[in-house]
Design a protein around this ligand. Sequence first.
Ligand code: FAD
Length: 467
Amino acid sequence: MKISYKHTTSEQGTDLKRRDALKAMGLGGAVLLAGGTPASAKTTLSTFASRKKASIVIVGAGTAGMTAAARLRRSAPNADITLIAPNATHLYQSGQVFAAVGAYRIYDIRRPTASLLPDNVTWIKDEVTGFEPDKNRVLTKAHQSVRYDYLVVALGCEYDYEAIEGLRASDIGSNGIASVYLNNIKEGTSEGAVLSRIWMKQIYRKAKKSEVKVLFADAPAPVKGEGTALSMLFLTEDMLKGNGLLYHGKPLHQKVHFTMTRAEKTLFPSAKIDKALQKVAKRKKNIAIDYEHRLKRIDKVRKIAVYDTPDGEAEIAYDYLHITPQIRPPQAVRQSPLAVQEGKMRGWLEVDAKTLQHPTYKNVFGIGDVLGLDFAKSGGAVREQAILLQDNIASIMEGKPPVLTYNGYSASPVKTAYGKVLLAEYNPKGLAPTLPLDPTQPRWIWWEVDLHIMRHAYFGLMMRGMM
Ligand SMILES: Cc1cc2nc3c(=O)[nH]c(=O)nc-3n(C[C@H](O)[C@H](O)[C@H](O)COP(=O)(O)OP(=O)(O)OC[C@H]3O[C@@H](n4cnc5c(N)ncnc54)[C@H](O)[C@@H]3O)c2cc1C
């Protein structure tokens, strides 16, 4: 099949000179998924290490658990490190969009967990069911009770498709409904990528015969991998223009009417990136964005989505629907004494926003999507958090206070077309670019890095705690 990356003159205007491109390739490889270099987030490793003996337990073997295990293996060489997680296969979730749009195969984004496990880390293949932090114990499904001196909670989050009345996770893949997010991290499978690929082909086939209404319904914050649904929207539209892996020579995009509904007042949480993405969306005349629309119900038979809006209930008819699921804390955390007990973060893991240390149980730390913080939930954020976890745990093992602090850095590579990525690097204060390149510009170089380098950097470097 032919992959076509044709672009308009205005898009070409953002291209780089060769020298800048090489610099970006060389230095920026670490950025897209795995977070920034010290230049972006100002987090530098102090190479802090502790030679004390201790038992460290890490729960969860996703992006956060694996990178934490690799880093702690180095900073606490005499500690016994145990990882508790059920997944025999590790899924590179950021690659689900590329798999959905035909640029990756599913096997490109999966690896056996055992092949990524650092040396001298014991893996208990089991599920955590509860925490007894007063007794320094983790409870598991196989009725084990695992004792720790230090605990790292990295259980990610759960999808809650059922929060939308009339929808079940099992509906994804039928009645015109897709969700690139759908995966089973405990099994390491990515149904969402496979089903979204079929869904895109269905839209393409239908557009050959008639007009089509495609609806992208986003969830209220917090969202995992912010910008993922936008990538799917832009790439689906671009595919119909004749770009990407369904090249057919005849543009069909004008026959397809896209609507994206956002529960929030913006397209993206960071103001400058929001403005840049709105500009991209406005250039595409067949895309409408409705803000402050909170999806509450769908009628699968009539293909109607029902929303709560500031002006009351609103209905939107669709032929094809893409869902961004609401997320919730993992059950083992939300029912435990480690969870935030009240307020909007109720149920998520309670940690100090700067040190990632539990405020009551000082030998407990958290990392990744499970955190009850107002920051973005992304692999980029995890990379940053892992650096400070490495130092902070070694520091408290030495009887000293945590040394590093987190500033909320995140990176979300938004695919604005086949061959273009807007590398949204930000923190709560604004833009946080790793390189002296405007992170609000869609660029071909970030597409190349995202598609060809990041997957290898993720498995080869980040999973080994080296990025
Ligand atoms: C479609 C998609 C696209 C994305 N795109 C990007 C992107 O481009 N850039 C980016 O930076 N981020 C992206 N993300 C977000 C990124 O993948 C997550 O933020 C990251 O994986 C979070 O890591 P985590 O370890 O906290 O959670 P996960 O990686 O989800 O891992 C959770 C782990 O906990 C384990 N677990 C769960 N329950 C239990 C239990 N009871 N007991 C023991 N273990 C348990 C699981 O088996 C798993 O090993 C994307 C996510 C998705 C889904």
